[in-house]
Write a protein that binds this ligand. Structure first.
Ligand code: C5P
Length: 306
């Protein structure tokens, strides 16, 4: 039996650092969003071994791979003795702030339940995911979610929608831990504080094509990690400037970077921006938001063979 499932990327509409926690992590309030950019993951059942094959040499294929760790954690939790060969077709930039590794881990937990014929309670699935990485629980849900705690405690919200996104990545790899370590002290030298619920306001912002009265999401986009990462990689600031000149409405670094995402108001606007950037050699990908329903349906309709 072979299962093939898309493993979607995410962007962060907002990301606020509320302080440093006793466990060394940062207390977050973030508004997460699945988008249609996806890796393709295929699973074939093996007797015992867990094997990873990937078309991108930047992705580890040993036991340090987060999807590998997801398979081990599910196997240990359920007491099974099964194996799997996971083939990853990587389309999401590695170490690019788009959650590719976390998404691969979440999809692996979902796919292997089917492949190994085991059904976890949702609470156990979220717990296993949360141990693997802060963003993993979000990908189990998908759509638009508020993430608090380490970002791992997720609450589904009404879907926000943007049809004309453009993602730009110049090939810079940002180590997440390093991005958090370079935060200005005023954001981290205190225990978590209850700031204005900025992300909650953002979650109420209007759907781009929706009710005219509410505020567009681009007025609410903000990422506390952006300033220190841009200071380290000035090229990212240049990308933001180029996108601004090209007419983008909202422009923000996703997660800990380095991918910059921009919202355009029309296909035409995005197309001319793409043409404008074509000579830069940067990785550029048109994208759109994916609702929770679309995400869940894609997880379910999994091209099962055999
Ligand atoms: O949870 P995850 O493995 O994705 O986190 C990677 C690193 O990012 C952590 O080891 C930590 O240094 C940093 N991090 C943090 N606060 C968070 C999430 C991640 O400091 N809320």
């Amino acid at each position: 039996m072979r299962l093939t499932i898309p493993s979607f990327a995410k962007i962060n509409w907002t990301l606020e650092i509320l302080g440093k926690r006793p466990d060394g992590y940062h207390e977050l309030r973030t508004l997460l969003q699945t988008i249609d950019l996806a890796d393709r993951l295929s699973y074939t059942r093996l007797e015992r071994d867990i094997e990873i094959v990937c078309d991108n040499p930047d992705v580890p294929i040993d036991e340090t791979n987060i999807a590998y760790r997801a398979a081990v954690s599910l196997r240990d939790f359920s007491g099974l003795k099964c194996g799997v060969r996971l083939t990853i077709e990587k389309r999401i930039p590695v170490a690019g702030g788009l959650g590719g590794g976390s998404s691969n881990a979440a999809v692996t937990l979902i796919a292997l339940q089917k492949l190994w014929n085991v059904q976890l309670r949702l609470i156990d699935l979220f717990r296993l995911g949360s141990k693997l990485g802060s963003d993993v629980p979000f990908f189990i849900s998908g759509g638009t979610c508020l993430g608090v705690g380490r970002g791992n405690e997720v609450y589904p919200l009404a879907d926000l929608a943007a049809d004309f996104l453009l993602l730009v990545n110049p090939g810079i790899k940002v180590e997440t831990a390093g991005a958090y370590a370079n935060l200005p002290p005023e954001l981290t030298n205190h225990a978590p504080v209850d700031k204005m619920p900025f992300s909650l306001e953002a979650s109420q912002a209007g759907l781009l094509s929706g009710s005219g009265r509410s505020e567009p999401i681009w007025n609410r986009m903000h990422n506390d990690l952006e300033l220190p990462v841009l200071a380290r990689y000035p090229l990212l600031g240049e990308i933001k400037e180029r996108l601004k000149q090209a007419g983008a409405r909202g422009i923000l670094m996703s997660g800990s970077g380095s991918t910059i995402f921009a919202i355009f108001e029309s296909e035409q606007g995005r197309h001319s921006a793409l043409e404008n950037l074509s000579e830069t050699g940067w990785w550029c990908a048109p994208s759109r938001t994916l609702s929770r329903k679309e995400c869940q349906e894609a997880y379910r309709s999994n091209g099962m063979e055999g």
